[in-house]
Design a protein around this ligand. Structure first.
Ligand code: MSP
Length: 517
């Protein structure tokens, strides 16, 4: 295949609305995976972007009295602002309104149209259409009162000529693909869902519209614009160089992980591989569908404005606690509920009392007993099980990251935090400090604890990059922990005796239980 890049994507986000924590959930998880692979020394390509065409966007612009272009420019800026504050380190940001994307969409459409199997044909379509879903419904599907079953808004009757993609011809190839690549859809429940969907029979789907013009015109019939999925999904190959850089495309594609929410699984695991097969392009290696976030047990809607904006929480908890909460709290793949109380509890237990307390205790003791200078581990590490605990935890961390079991990966790192706090309680260095004859022991305990902090700073870097960088500086280290490489950086003994450390401010101040007014 000639690939040498770990390529991971978020979905591209609709530019019809501002982000809520459900959208941010995906990006934080994807960023965690991307950063971890960078730490392993892999070349990583992490892509995100905005989905900027379609009737929904055009209508949102009209409702706000601006042109579609002005509207998407404004929305794109608000998404990027959120990613910046969430420490999302993407390598490329794709907008579907960019010329490079139009070129890729035209190229894939032409490849499918000209594949000799008549996979794109002109047909007609009529039915009840929900603009929010960008989908047709049959009368039987509608909620009472001719409402969309999802959005409970009035649907509109549309009749139009559309081009169709012959998805029905790809069932066998898709089944064969998933049979030989069982890892291509995760988790397994989602894989089973997709398989039964395919086995139940696939319907051709429409790929163009004439009822609006905010889109990419079809190369062979400019009276039609490409309809949502042929436009949106193609972003993943646009950014990999499909239309403009064949060499790069060969080294980047197929993508390792398309990380998505479960609501768009069918499009990613059925439409997308079939479209690629029809165009003579390899399907993605893996589609990973995570669950949905609810707030206080209720669905967060992407079209009404009830969702919580990530800034509401970052302002209170800080970006590191925000990222930690989502990565640790929800079993990756399952749905998860947000509650203020649960977030405060995690913050206080795992961060303020757990990691934060460990850091401040160790650094405070080195400051007051040893003038802030890392000692020689003079009685050796024999008395500490921390080196073994770290080897074991770093191995479990790596295994879980490769298996994409993100919450378990975070828990593996926290087993080090727990053990290091336990070690201090057992060794009681504050007592050793009172006895001049036990100086060597004191130094060994504080060396082992400070060295554990150094390794932790590297291991937590993909989870909480800002806190990791701060801890790195407190430990007197140069550069940023993201410059380190695993597994080397987790090998015991990297912290040089004589290094000057400083305690500084608390990494994670404790929070009061109540919600702010
Ligand atoms: N534009 C399409 C995706 C095209 S990808 C080629 C889209 N955009 S979206 O803005 O509506 O959703 C973006 C992502 O956010 C999706 O993965 C969706 O599952 C996710 N989420 C939206 N609401 C969510 C929650 N409440 N919880 C978790 N993820 C949620 O769909």
């Amino acid at each position: 295949m000639g690939r040498d890049v770990f390529y991971i994507t978020t979905p591209i986000y609709y530019a019809n609305d501002v982000p809520h924590i459900g959208h941010a959930y995906n990006a934080v998880n994807t960023d965690f995976i991307a950063r971890y692979h960078r730490l392993r020394g892999e070349r990583v390509f992490h892509l995100t972007g905005t989905d900027e065409h379609g009737l929904k966007v055009q209508r949102a612009a009209e409702a706000n009295g601006v042109s579609a272009k002005e509207w998407v420019d404004r929305l794109e800026a608000s998404w990027r602002e959120v990613w910046a504050r969430l420490d999302i380190a993407y390598d490329d940001y794709i907008r579907t309104t960019e010329p490079r994307h139009a070129e890729a969409v035209r190229k894939i459409l032409t490849a499918v149209k000209d594949n000799g199997r008549d996979d794109i044909y002109l047909g007609s379509y009529e039915g009840w259409y929900c603009v929010s879903c960008e989908a047709y419904y049959t009368e039987a599907d509608l909620a009472p009162g001719n409402l969309c079953p999802i959005h409970e808004r009035p649907v509109e009757f549309f009749r139009e000529e559309n081009y169709f993609f012959r998805l029905s011809a790809y069932a066998d190839r898709l089944l064969e693909h998933y049979d030989t690549h069982p890892e291509a859809i995760e988790p397994e429940t989602r894989r089973n869902e997709v398989l039964s969907l395919i086995r139940g029979g696939l319907q051709d789907f429409s790929i163009s519209r004439t009822t609006f013009d905010w889109g990419i015109p079809l190369p062979w019939d400019e009276t039609h614009v490409a309809y949502v999925w042929f436009d949106a999904l193609t972003n993943y190959i646009t950014a990999a160089g499909y239309a403009d850089d064949p060499e790069r495309f060969a080294s980047v594609w197929p993508s390792n992980i398309h990380s998505i929410g479960k609501d768009i699984l069918r499009f990613h695991a059925v439409y997308w591989p079939a479209m690629l097969m029809a165009a003579g392009v390899e399907p993605p290696m893996q589609v990973w569908a995570h669950g949905f976030l609810t707030v206080g047990g209720k669905k967060m809607s992407k079209t009404n404005l009830t969702g919580i904006h990530p800034f509401q929480l970052i302002d209170e908890f800080g970006v590191d606690s925000y990222r930690y909460f989502w990565l640790r709290q929800i079993a990756w793949g399952s749905d998860g509920d947000f509650s203020w109380e649960a977030m405060v509890e995690r913050h206080n237990a795992d961060l303020a009392n757990g990691l934060g307390n460990l850091v401040s205790r160790v650094l405070a003791m080195i400051e007051s007993y040893l003038d802030g200078v890392v000692p020689e581990p003079s009685v050796g590490d024999a008395e500490s099980d921390l080196p073994d605990v770290i080897v074991d935890a770093a191995k479990r961390y790596d295994d879980h990251m490769i298996q994409v079991e993100l919450h378990k990966a975070v828990a593996a790192v926290w087993s080090i935090v727990d053990r290091a706090n336990g070690y201090l309680v057992e060794k009681e260095p504050w007592k050793l400090a009172k006895d001049p004859e036990r100086r060597a022991e004191l130094e060994s305990v504080l060396y082992a604890s400070a060295e554990t902090l150094r390794i932790l700073a590297v291991l937590i870097q993909p989870i909480m990059p800002s806190a990791a960088a701060k801890l790195w500086r407190q430990l007197g280290q140069d550069g940023d922990p993201s410059d380190q490489r695993l597994p080397d950086a987790s090998v015991w003994g990297g912290l040089g005796p004589g290094t000057k450390v400083y305690k500084g401010d608390a990494l994670f101040p404790r929070l009061e239980a109540g919600e702010p007014a």
